[in-house]
Write a protein of this length. Structure first.
Length: 461
């Protein structure tokens, strides 16, 4: 056996529990989370009498706390002192100065000691260990102060005075070094705390600026959407007004009210819808709650289809059919019209050069629809009906299809589209708890499908 090393003969080792750590008085004030970290680098050892725990001039690499029994300190053949108080501390020389032990420590009876690998703790970079390390330095500083007082009380006898003086000097140097280390750590902590506070203030300023920018962007998007919808209403008003003027200019004889009234009715209807939109805007600004209502989908769409038929270009045809058990859905008429008008206007625009058929249908779901809804995360405990708007137009490329619902994205030439129609439509669809799906092929056409949840009291499931 190498005598210049720690000699722990016939020892029993086991991990130190938090309860065992708390049994050492100096650790009782540490919070449980720090004790849990400390226990990872601690163990309890039982040592037999006369066994060497630390040998003089050896590296201990560990620190020891007495739990029970007594240990003796020897310098050469000189007996210096015994420790028998629970919590007495030894083995600090290597921990503080990376130097060899100046004394030999032996078990004088059956001894139980707590062994802490403080070197490994000091090597931890995780921020959770910093408070533990700080508290350990304070505890060890207090223990060293107590040890210095004990050494000062050692009686004269066979121990040479210069040996005691050297021991006192070493202990004093250790205590001063430990206090300096604590002071330096406190300065570092204060510096980091100041930096964290400065960074936190900057982050809050950036968050405030970002929030303002997001609010402005949302406001701009909302205003653009309102302008988009009002433009749709104004286009209808102007279109029917032009048709009425044509009737007046081409008829040389008296025109009956029956001839001109349909155009006036459409102008009035478009104006009423524009007023409804502005009322919704005022409610939004005043933060008024929006009432939940139910709508019969078929009559609303049927009425709008009749209006579309009157202004459909000559190179296009219109087909509308409905077949479902119930058409009562959540939402209001203005929202549903907003959805349908956007889809029908886009379909008509897509066929403006080639012509084609605008097909509109309200139906119950088939298996393909249920599969799609299942992948969207929709609850299949509800009943849905679908509104389909199909055209024979130019179609949408697969590249563009993934972007069609993004704000300001458009495939129309400059001046002909804002890129907001489908984005607004998607927002309204989400708001009323519906789902939207689009399928399209270039030079064949597009089909937009809206899945409306039926009111619960009419749920057939």
């Amino acid at each position: 056996m190498n005598k210049k090393s720690i000699a722990l003969h016939q020892v029993v080792k086991k991990s130190a529990s938090i309860e065992k750590l708390k049994s050492i008085g100096k650790f009782t004030h540490l919070p449980d989370e720090q004790l849990e970290l400390l226990s990872r680098f601690s163990e309890v050892r039982k040592v037999f009498p006369q066994q060497v725990i630390i040998e003089e001039n050896a590296f201990s690499r560990q620190s020891f706390f007495l739990i029970s029994g007594s240990v003796g300190f020897y310098m050469g053949n000189d007996h210096l002192i015994d420790l028998s108080r629970k919590g007495d501390f030894f083995g600090e020389t290597d921990m503080l100065f990376y130097k060899r032990s100046v004394v030999t420590v032996k078990a004088k009876s059956h001894v139980e000691i707590l062994v802490i690998d403080i070197h490994k703790i000091l090597g931890q970079q995780n921020v959770n260990y910093q408070s533990l390390i700080h508290n350990l330095f304070i505890i060890i500083s207090m223990l060293l102060t107590e040890k210095k007082e004990l050494v000062s009380k050692i009686s004269e006898g066979n121990i040479e005075a210069d040996k005691l003086e050297r021991m006192n000097s070493r202990l004093t140097a250790k205590i001063n070094a430990l206090k300096l280390s604590i002071s330096q750590r406190d300065k570092q902590n204060n510096f980091h705390k100041s930096r964290i506070e400065e960074d936190t203030l900057k982050i809050r300023e950036y968050q405030k600026m970002l929030s303002q920018q997001n609010n402005l962007a949302s406001l701009g998007l909302m205003v653009a959407g309102i302008v988009h919808d009002i433009n749709n209403f104004m286009s209808a008003i102007m279109g029917y007004a032009d048709l009425a003027l044509v009737q007046l200019e081409t008829k040389t004889k008296f025109i009956s009210s029956n001839e001109i009234r349909p155009y006036m009715d459409e102008i009035l209807l478009a104006s009423e819808r524009a007023i409804t939109l502005t009322k919704k805007l005022l409610s939004f600004i005043r933060n008024e709650p929006e009432p939940t209502s139910i709508v019969n989908l078929i009559p609303v769409i049927d009425k709008e289809v009749t209006s579309i038929a009157k202004r459909l270009p000559r190179n296009m045809s219109l087909n509308f059919h409905s077949q479902c058990e119930t058409d009562l859905v959540t939402g209001d008429e203005a929202q549903i019209l907003q959805i349908f008008q956007n889809l029908s206007n886009n379909a008509i625009y897509a066929m403006k050069d080639t012509g084609g058929c605008l097909s509109i249908a309200i139906e119950m779901l088939d298996e393909k629809d249920r599969t799609y809804l299942l992948h969207t995360g929709a609850t299949m405990d509800a009943t849905y009906i679908k509104l389909m708007v199909q055209d024979d137009g130019a179609g949408i490329s697969s590249k563009s299809l993934v972007n069609v619902f993004k704000p300001f994205y458009t495939t129309k030439p400059a001046g002909e589209g804002t890129g907001l129609g489908l984005s607004i439509l998607k927002g309204v669809v989400n708001k009323i708890g519906a789902f939207i799906h689009v399928e399209s092929q270039l030079n064949i056409g597009s089909t937009f499908t809206i899945y409306f949840p039926v009111r619960p009291e009419f749920n057939s499931k």
